[in-house]
Ligand binder design. Structure first.
Ligand SMILES: Cc1cc2nc3c(=O)[nH]c(=O)nc-3n(C[C@H](O)[C@H](O)[C@H](O)COP(=O)(O)OP(=O)(O)OC[C@H]3O[C@@H](n4cnc5c(N)ncnc54)[C@H](O)[C@@H]3O)c2cc1C
Length: 384
């Protein structure tokens, strides 16, 4: 647990000479997970974010599909998404979108399963018949006969949110060290010595918010990896003819084989919903996944592809049970997991950071997180 509480965010101790700078908390990774947690912690502790890249947000955070959707990630993730929604909305990071899960004849059972999975959480999912689908997605091919609308789905301003957290953290005194890959971690005398490419930093608590590299960072700390595995996902921007209506919902095939949503200028962002295992890396799209995406789109709608724009890919990193991991490692002192945010790390960031900050500071969960049980996300579940 972090021992400090410094409302006026003192600057880190500089013991003089070449001695390492000292912080209460060092966060490895300044993507959405690291930045949101830094913003939550910095009013109470001396915080540093240590980022390998020249700028934060270069990996998964900068490559998302940018939506907030309660059913995405499953029932264990939904409480974090739902708790984050009101704040994201108040701050202006969400804008109207809606989602539509589409199915072929004979697949109605899958729609029912989705509805049942989220019934207890009260997520609104409304039946749509063929006429209802056509009204929302002009040009939808005749094989798509049933659907479920999820009106609460929103677009999310990812860059705006990430920038907000970085600025909030900085205002409260947090430091950000970019171009600083962590290459060594040593625990002694009740603190970590963190070796980066060109520096040495000390901290009482180390937070592993390293995304696809979370297990590698854990290994540097001699913590047992929990089994975070990165999977590549591809996004293909396309200009389509006729142009995609701006008010069209996010359209998702109920079996999880593609989704697309409208973007500026009549474009769509299309994904084949690929999930190819990958080592942690600077992910790049593969031509086969782009071709699969386009083939699936052509089976969904009768639109012509007027222009293919530059595709991108990113890594979504999951724990073995696909539930994110927040909490102190059960065996390694001062090592806190903030990993496995999969395909929902943007939409869950406010609640996840609030919960992780409460755990780190040894405080009760704030009132706005009352529906969330931190035990569900604790890393000790992998140590049975
Ligand atoms: C194609 C795609 C679509 C997605 N769509 C959505 C969506 O619509 N909605 C949603 O909520 N989520 C979505 N996601 C998921 C979301 O992007 C991630 O869950 C989120 O960005 C994870 O944030 P992070 O900070 O954990 O990871 P990252 O953004 O990857 O940040 C981790 C950081 O750690 C740094 N790092 C790693 N190792 C070290 C080291 N040794 N030393 C220093 N720094 C290190 C890396 O450089 C990196 O910047 C999508 C992801 C992808 C790939």
């Amino acid at each position: 647990m972090v021992t400090a509480d410094r409302p006026d965010a003192e600057r880190p101790d500089r013991p003089g000479g070449d001695a390492p700078r000292r912080y209460d908390v060092a966060i490895v990774g300044a993507g959405m997970a690291g930045a949101s947690l830094a913003a939550a912690l910095a009013p109470h502790a001396r915080v540093v974010m240590i980022e390998a890249e020249a700028r934060p947000g270069y990996h998964a955070t900068g490559r998302s599909a940018a939506f907030w959707q309660e059913t995405y990630g499953g029932p264990a993730v939904q409480p974090l998404t739902a708790a984050s929604g009101p704040w994201l909305d108040e701050q202006g990071f969400l804008s109207p979108r809606g989602a539509l899960h589409i199915a072929r004849a004979g697949e109605e059972g899958r729609l029912d399963a989705l509805r049942h999975a989220f019934a207890a959480a009260g997520v609104v999912l409304e039946d749509r018949d063929r006429a209802g689908l056509e009204a929302l997605v002009p040009g939808l091919r005749a094989v798509w006969t049933a659907g479920l609308a999820e009106p609460s789905c929103r677009d999310i301003d990812v860059a705006g949110l990430h920038g907000f957290y970085l600025r909030a953290a900085a205002r409260s005194g947090a430091d950000l060290c970019c171009d600083s890959p962590v290459v060594g971690l040593d625990w002694s005398g009740g603190r970590w010595t963190i070796t980066t490419k060109g520096d040495s930093i000390e901290a009482e608590v180390l937070v592993d918010a390293a995304g696809a590299w979370a297990d590698e960072v854990a290994a540097l700390a001699n913590a047992r990896p929990v089994g975070i595995r990165p999977f590549r996902r591809t996004m293909v921007p396309l200009l389509v003819d006729p142009p995609a209506p701006a008010a069209m919902p996010l359209v998702e095939e109920i079996g999880g084989s593609f989704y697309f949503k409208p973007e500026a200028g009549g474009r769509i962002w299309l994904s084949p919903h690929d999930e190819s295992p990958s080592p942690p890396c600077d992910a790049a799209p593969e031509e086969i996944d782009v071709a699969i995406a386009i083939d699936r789109l052509e089976q969904a709608v009768d639109w012509r592809i007027a222009r293919r724009e530059r595709p991108w890919a990113g890594l979504r990193s999951f724990a073995p049970d696909r539930i994110p991991v927040y909490g102190f490692d059960p065996a390694v002192p001062g090592f806190f997991w903030c990993a496995g945010q999969g395909g929902f790390g943007i939409q869950t960031a406010p609640a996840a950071a609030g919960m992780a900050a409460a755990l780190l500071l040894g405080r009760a969960m704030p009132e706005w997180l009352h529906g969330i049980d931190p035990a569900r996300y604790d890393p000790s579940r992998f140590r049975a």
